[in-house]
Design a protein around this ligand. Structure first.
Ligand code: ADP
Ligand code: ASP
Ligand code: MG
Length: 419
């Protein structure tokens, strides 16, 4: 039997009517002759509610119990979707992560897949079941404890199942009808893309476009999963939505194909650090040890370059990290200072920032993207605090209050509304 993976996000299973709507989409594929693995998220808002319970109970919570609580949302929707399918006369059952089993590492809250043995689900398909409804976002650790994959993780569950079961396609049903040039909720000029290259999608996702979890794109790229994003609220067919695929499959070639943004950044500056060999390592070593994901880094130029003649040179260092890691970063720096590993006069934290990025594989072969980006931001009088670039993206850190304006300006400057 050909097999499809269909994933329904939180808004697509937000209440019983939407669950019925999702089940009808599954029914259509079953009628076409597919066996289907359905991956479900928790009802929208549910995971946040559960996280709130955990944080309201314990500040420095045991991550294993956090996972036990927050994984529960997906268990509910898996059961309800299976029940709805049964009501429609389709042989279906639900699967929690441990029942499959979805084996993961023991990194609670951000576990990674180790293996997804097919035997149990295959045996049920062989018995005549048409649909396996699997709780997304969760797994089981080597110790037998419930794990979760990080927020948005059901996308990754879907892609992992598509790879493990050699699915014909992995369809991600969500509340938008595809991947857009930027978040359609921020720019009304955002344009839906028919196709997007894995690498571009990977950058967009990791730079803040929440439509797919970054890890899901990585897995799809590695295992060559045909990955599609489409609307759960509209009528859809084989050509709907956006296909995430190899760059060779794409005809349209724009230099920049999307704008991503993230409000979840913070900027930290250490003033008056020594300018000498080993200082960067003395700063970023302890940050890494503390589990801080440093993103952008700027070191100022000293007035006098470090050399034998200027042993006392000083400079400043600025870096960005996820906003929820600021306290950890601050503590790591203070501890390093107390231990005499680094010196600085002042540590300043700025949480009122946003990161805005332009992404496109065309940047590899085109000059001038940075110049255009900076000039369009300057035309809006938006000051750039930090810049970072890679082969196919340029990111800037700016005041958060200008984020929407910057997204619009860049979308216009690179004419992303035009095909
Ligand atoms: P789900 O609950 O289905 O997983 P998410 O909220 O995680 O849905 O992801 C869908 C959302 O991603 C959309 O509602 C949209 O606001 C947001 N989004 C951000 N960037 C983009 C983009 N480039 N294209 C489409 N959607 C985007
Ligand atoms: N329910 C989880 C979350 O809200 C996982 C997901 O929906 O992908 O993060
Ligand atoms: Mg999501």
């Amino acid at each position: 039997m050909p097999l499809l993976v269909m994933k329904f996000g939180g808004t697509s299973v937000a209440d019983l009517a939407r669950i019925e709507n999702a089940a009808k989409k599954v029914q259509k594929e079953v009628d076409r002759g597919y066996d289907v693995i359905v991956i479900v998220s928790a009802m929208s808002g549910e995971t946040n509610r559960l996280v709130g319970y955990v944080e309201g109970t314990s500040k420095l919570y045991d991550a294993r119990e956090y996972d036990a609580v927050v994984a529960a949302g997906e268990n509910v929707t898996a059961g309800l979707v299976a029940l709805r399918l049964q009501e429609m006369g389709i042989p279906a059952r639900s699967w929690q992560g441990w029942q499959v089993p979805i084996n993961t590492t023991a990194q609670h809250g951000s576990a990674r897949f180790v293996s997804i043995p097919r035997d149990n689900i295959d045996a049920k398909f062989a018995e005549g079941f048409k649909v396996a409804v699997v709780a997304g976002f969760q797994g089981v650790s080597p110790e037998g404890r419930v794990t979760t994959l990080g927020r948005g993780g059901s996308d990754t569950t879907a892609v992992a199942f598509a790879a493990a079961f050699a699915a014909e396609r992995c369809d991600i049903y969500t509340d938008v009808d595809g991947v857009y040039t930027t978040d359609p909720r921020v720019s009304s000029k955002a344009r839906k893309l028919d196709k997007i290259a894995f690498e571009e999608m990977l950058e967009l996702a990791s730079l803040g476009a929440k439509v797919l979890q970054t890890r899901s794109v990585e897995l799809a790229m590695r295992y060559k999963v045909r990955l599609r994003v489409l609307s759960s609220f509209e009528d859809t067919d084989e050509n709907s939505g956006t296909l995430v695929c190899d760059e060779e499959e794409i005809m349209e070639s724009k230099v920049v194909s999307g704008v991503a943004f993230s409000r979840e950044e913070a900027k930290i500056t250490l003033f008056t650090i020594e300018d000498r060999p080993g200082v960067a390592s003395a700063i970023f070593g302890p940050l890494a040890d503390a589990g801080v994901n440093v993103d952008m880094i700027v070191q100022n130029i000293s007035e006098k370059d470090y050399d034998d003649a200027h042993p006392g040179a000083v400079t400043d260092m600025t870096f960005s990290c996820p906003i929820n890691q600021v306290e950890r970063a601050k503590k790591a720096m203070e501890d390093a200072k107390t231990a005499g590993l680094i010196k600085y006069d002042e540590l300043i934290i700025d949480t009122d920032v946003a990161k805005v990025s332009v992404v496109g594989i065309g940047m590899r072969s085109h000059a001038g993207v940075a110049a255009k980006m900076f000039s369009s931001l300057s035309a809006e009088n938006i000051n750039i605090k930090v810049i970072s670039t890679s082969e196919i993206k340029i990111s800037v850190l700016i005041d958060r209050k200008y984020m929407e304006l910057a997204v619009q300006a860049l979308h216009d400057a690179f004419e992303l509304d035009k095909a």
